[in-house]
Design a protein around this ligand. Structure first.
Ligand SMILES: [Zn+2]
Length: 246
């Protein structure tokens, strides 16, 4: 009987984990939005929790979840270098504006102009043109202003900078564990490496392509009436499960 109870408690814990992952994966919405607002913020916390509870990320159901997450990120978000948008040119051609456009086309995320209030006003007007909407932030320092700090937003860097997109992938792999990523992706790992080079986009395999929704099966049921024992069995595994669902 104890084996049955132990097996039931194990099945229940596994089901709760799968149901939790299913809830995350099945959140409705546009793919980029879901990655930016849900999956990517949740991922490091989830990985941290799994490490803390000595849970193998390569065991079911986590392996399926991470396989989906990596596959869809590479396919829909990383894409290829050829799909990047060229950085906008906002300058009028004057010296300051050429410096501005060099910064926009370069790898730096932030740049400070040490120029007069008049020239700051001119650059501010150029930056304020339509294309800059949501792409850069600017702030002046001191009164009267003597510095203009321009920062590329996430949207700018994501749309136009390959290194930035790659960094997000590397951060994701670091959170999961690079060796784990190899195991999770299996024979698709070679395609992952190709995708990181930026030439060939990652194609979803049939399983990932078809799994737009994570099917959550009904919860397992115990065949014996042993409420007290089952609760006791759950108590051993509950803390990590509760943390996950919260
Ligand atoms: Zn100018």
């Amino acid at each position: 009987m104890s084996l049955t109870l132990s097996s039931y408690a194990f099945s229940l814990a596994k089901w709760i984990r799968a149901a939790f992952l299913g809830r995350i994966w099945n959140v409705p919405g546009e793919v980029a939005n879901k990655f930016n607002k849900i999956y990517m913020p949740v991922l490091p916390q989830l990985c941290k929790l799994l490490r803390k509870t000595n849970t193998d990320v390569c065991a079911a159901p986590f392996i399926d979840f991470f396989h989906l997450l990596i596959s869809h990120y590479l396919c829909h978000m990383l894409r290829t270098k050829g799909q990047l948008k060229p950085p906008p040119k906002l300058g009028c051609g004057c010296g300051d504006c050429q410096e501005l456009d060099r910064f926009l086309a370069g790898k730096q995320s932030q740049y400070t102009f040490h120029i007069s209030a008049l020239r700051i006003s001119h650059l501010g007007a150029q930056i304020g043109k339509g294309l800059a909407g949501g792409l850069v932030k600017q702030e002046t320092q001191h009164h009267p202003p003597s510095h203009l700090v321009i920062t590329k937003t996430h949207a700018f860097r994501f749309e136009s900078m390959w290194e930035y997109r790659l960094q997000i992938v590397y951060d994701m792999f670091t959170a999961i564990g690079t060796k784990n990523v190899e195991k999770i992706m299996g024979d698709r790992y070679v395609d992952v490496c190709k995708a990181l080079e930026g030439r060939d986009g990652f194609r979803l395999d049939d399983t990932a392509a078809q799994r737009q929704q994570w099917d959550v099966l009904p919860a397992p049921t115990s065949t014996v009436n042993t409420t007290t024992s089952v609760i006791g069995g759950k108590r051993k595994r509950e803390p990590e499960v509760i943390d996950l669902t919260d």
